[in-house]
Design a protein around this ligand. Structure first.
Ligand SMILES: Cc1cc2nc3c(=O)[nH]c(=O)nc-3n(C[C@H](O)[C@H](O)[C@H](O)COP(=O)(O)O)c2cc1C
Length: 168
């Protein structure tokens, strides 16, 4: 059984419990790296061709507009297939209630028939929002397992929670 983590994560300025802080590694990436270590998973990071601004307020404005316009932003590298994997972990920050749009760009390219999908999200209070409905649409033909939702401020302490979820 081999597994892959497809994830999006943004470093730069972000909110932590009402305070703006600069982080070098995004919250979702911290979780993706736990999964790599605990489940011997490969990692694929979805990166937009045009980086989002480090400035939090600018970033949220751009992200909102992209979602309203339902765009598919270009990504730096596209994963062509997931044939070599049985389990696909899909990780993202909650952006305005769902996945960042570059994840749509990537996931729409893939055939999920027969795969097991385990979604995880990091957030500032809204959990999965409506993203699980989008995951169902994006991962047609997959068996979608229980998701894991972690507040961004807790990722450093979440390793044992992640381990328990992997082994569910
Ligand atoms: C553009 C943008 C939109 C966001 N929208 C929400 C939201 O609707 N609900 C929420 O709980 N958190 C929201 N957040 C907070 C992020 O989900 C949270 O900080 C997450 O842990 C960031 O993950 P990352 O560091 O891997 O990018 C938003 C953050 C950004 C930058």
């Amino acid at each position: 059984m081999s597994s892959l983590v497809i994830y999006f994560s943004r470093s730069g300025e972000n909110y932590f419990g009402g305070e703006l802080k600069n982080i070098e590694k995004g919250n979702t990436e911290v979780i993706a790296e736990y999964i790599k270590e605990l489940d011997n998973a490969d990692l694929f990071k979805v990166e937009p061709a045009v980086e989002y601004p480090e400035d939090y307020m600018k970033c949220i404005d751009i992200a909102k507009k992209e979602q309203q316009d339902d765009v598919r932003p270009e990504i730096k590298e596209t994963l062509d297939n997931i044939d070599a994997y049985d389990t696909i972990y899909i990780g993202y920050p909650n952006w305005w209630g769902t996945l960042p749009m570059p994840m749509f760009t990537q996931l729409e390219q893939l055939d999920f028939t027969g795969k097991t999908v385990k979604p995880f999200v990091t957030h500032e209070g809204s959990g999965f929002g409506s993203s699980l409905k989008d995951i169902e649409k994006l991962c047609k033909g997959a068996e979608i397992k229980n998701g894991l939702s972690i507040p961004g401020a807790n990722v450093e302490n979440a390793k044992s929670t992640v381990e328990a979820w992997i082994n569910e």
